[in-house]
Design a protein around this ligand. Structure first.
Ligand SMILES: Nc1nc2c(c(=O)[nH]1)N[C@H]1C(S)=C(S)[C@@H](COP(=O)(O)O)O[C@H]1N2
Ligand SMILES: [Mo]
Length: 537
């Protein structure tokens, strides 16, 4: 083999991995082209790439983008696909506004707290979070067709205009919260760095969640009307995206699957081309994406161009090797077994991250109940009059709706429930935004947390560690913040603030020492006489 820049055995890379079909830029077919895949893997394995930056033991940089995706850019460049990298960033600039860029490529961006709260129950498209594992393909909707095959009665190709024709397929709009299962992963990283495989690209805070009204056709109807139904042995539907996915220096198309039981529910699995009444943005999967209501975001495949009926879950690494929920500590019964004799049964696996097998994790499909405080922010100083207002989101997956959100002023013993009128309306598949004023007496650093109850009476674990897992997914423990309370309803505090104002001395930041003497000597002496420091004898 000879690999030179832009050439493999003398063949230009653009011939090997160039435009697949007219109007389909940035899409390379890997799953149906084993030879192409083999060549790409050979090229990738022959090269060295930038190290992944270490940020887990150190705090995350305060830059925006927080992280720069050198490695994924280099993977694309090695295959002559740099134009995908450039196009993807162009789409960020064109379709997104004022995001927290967690990683520039593959692009991962969080919605800022001010928009989660300010946009209301529906997040504006330009503010909605984005989670990409690769580049953004550039597919002309007029050239687009969806292929459906595998275990269905009639394999078909459906042009987008037919799919969008209401005379052919009935349409539906559904209000759906998409949440990345990595949301709030940062809390796990900060406390227990070094675990998890996938988090290097997405050290999410609380903003990897958003709600939109998607319009499209239920997948169930398409299978029934166009394919004449599924075959009896078909139990999963696989979705394949046009983007390129890299795993351990091998290429794939993004592939995931959901069970037929899920698809059977018309409003739960939609093939969507519209988001909040506008054409689906490219960065969110145009021309066509899957929206799986109530499941982790990862199943809502963007740029979907092929759907396969299968007798078991997809073999795509996203489905089989990632988005798994591992044991925290497991039975040490297999300590004396060595690889490859070690049993892969979870009950025989060993303690420690380094001993884990992929087979130890179960696949995360439905989202659990979770919530976050979006205002105030941790480490804020709040000057108040005996009450502090908190605002945030609360969501539960699997068609469970949010019944109640509660804020605790003492780390999780006492809970104040949000009044029903202070929550946005209930939806089966969407969050509720909430606000509450909590009475606060004490001053100084206080810890507050939120938890939510859903319609199945599920609630959240109290501490991060209670639900910590090796893959750092589903951080669903009560979200905690520390704030510095300054209670102006206390006469002494009101007086001190007034005094500072008169002296033109700023109170913030609280780390700044006061300039003036805090007690007059005469007052101190009078107090001292009343309550002497020393014993009488
Ligand atoms: N084709 C494809 N689909 C994808 C992804 C991807 O990288 N490629 N990311 C998934 C993940 S992990 C999430 S959380 C959601 C995010 O959807 P959004 O970017 O529209 O918010 O898309 C999912 N669908
Ligand atoms: Mo995700």
């Amino acid at each position: 083999m000879s690999v030179k820049d832009n050439e493999y055995n003398g063949v230009p890379l653009q011939w090997l991995f160039g435009e697949e079909k007219p109007g389909w830029r940035g899409y390379v077919e890997w799953e149906k082209e084993p030879e192409k895949k083999r060549v790409a893997n050979e090229i990738l394995k022959s090269k060295t790439f930038s190290e992944i930056p270490e940020f887990q033991f150190a705090p995350l940089p305060k830059t925006n983008p927080i992280l720069v995706g050198h490695r994924w850019k280099e993977y694309h460049e090695a295959l002559g696909l740099k134009s995908i990298v450039d196009f993807s960033w162009e789409m960020v600039k064109k379709e997104k506004h004022d995001m927290l860029h967690v990683l520039d490529f593959p692009y991962n961006g969080e919605t800022l707290a001010k928009y989660i709260l300010g946009d209301g129950k529906i997040t504006q498209n330009r503010h909605h979070f984005v989670r990409n594992h690769g580049g953004v393909p550039d597919i002309d909707p007029d050239c687009f067709e969806l292929e459906i095959g595998g275990l269905v009665n009639i394999p078909v190709r459906i042009p987008l205009r037919d799919l969008k024709d209401p005379a052919k397929f009935p349409q539906r709009s559904v209000t759906v919260t998409l949440q990345c299962s990595g949301t709030r992963r940062r809390e796990q990283i900060e406390e227990y760095p070094g675990d998890g495989d996938e988090l290097i690209n997405a050290p999410w805070g609380e903003g990897a969640i958003g709600t939109a009204v998607y319009r499209g056709v239920p997948l169930k109807k398409v299978i029934k009307i166009a394919c004449g139904g599924k075959l009896p042995e078909c139990s999963h539907f696989e979705f394949i995206g046009a983007d390129t996915y890299f795993k351990k220096k091998e290429v794939y198309n993004y592939a995931v699957s959901v069970p037929w039981r899920k698809v059977r529910n018309n409003e739960e699995v939609l093939l969507a081309w519209e988001m909040n009444g506008e054409p689906l943005p490219r960065i969110h999967g145009a021309p066509l994406r899957v929206v799986v209501a109530g499941y982790i975001g990862a199943r809502s495949c963007k740029w979907v161009y092929r759907i396969n009926g299968l007798s078991e879950p997809s073999f795509g690494p996203v489905q089989r090797q990632e988005y798994l929920y591992y044991n925290q500590q497991v039975f040490p019964s297999a300590n004396n077994l060595t690889y490859p004799e070690a049993s892969y049964l979870p009950s025989k696996s060993q303690i420690g991250k380094h001993n884990v097998y992929i087979s130890n994790g179960f696949s995360i499909q439905a989202m659990p109940v979770s919530s976050a405080i979006m205002s105030p922010k941790t480490k804020d100083t709040i000057i108040h009059d005996g009450k502090i207002e908190f605002k945030g989101w609360a969501y539960s997956g699997n068609g469970n709706w949010v019944e109640r959100a509660e804020v605790s002023p003492d780390g999780g013993h006492i809970w104040y429930a949000v009044a029903p009128e202070d929550m946005t309306e209930k939806y089966y598949y969407a969050w509720r935004l909430w606000k509450i004023e909590v009475p606060v007496d004490a001053e100084g650093w206080l810890e507050f947390c939120v938890r939510t109850w859903d319609s199945s009476n599920n609630t959240e674990p109290t501490y991060v560690r209670s639900a910590w897992n090796w893959d750092l997914h589903v951080t669903s423990s009560a979200h905690r913040i520390k704030i510095f309370s300054v209670n102006r309803s206390k006469p002494a505090t009101a007086k001190r603030l007034k005094q500072l104002e008169e002296l033109n001395e700023p109170f913030l930041p609280i780390t700044k020492p006061l300039e003036f003497t805090i007690q007059k000597f005469e007052d101190y002496e009078a107090e001292y006489k009343k309550y002497p420091r020393e014993p009488l004898e």
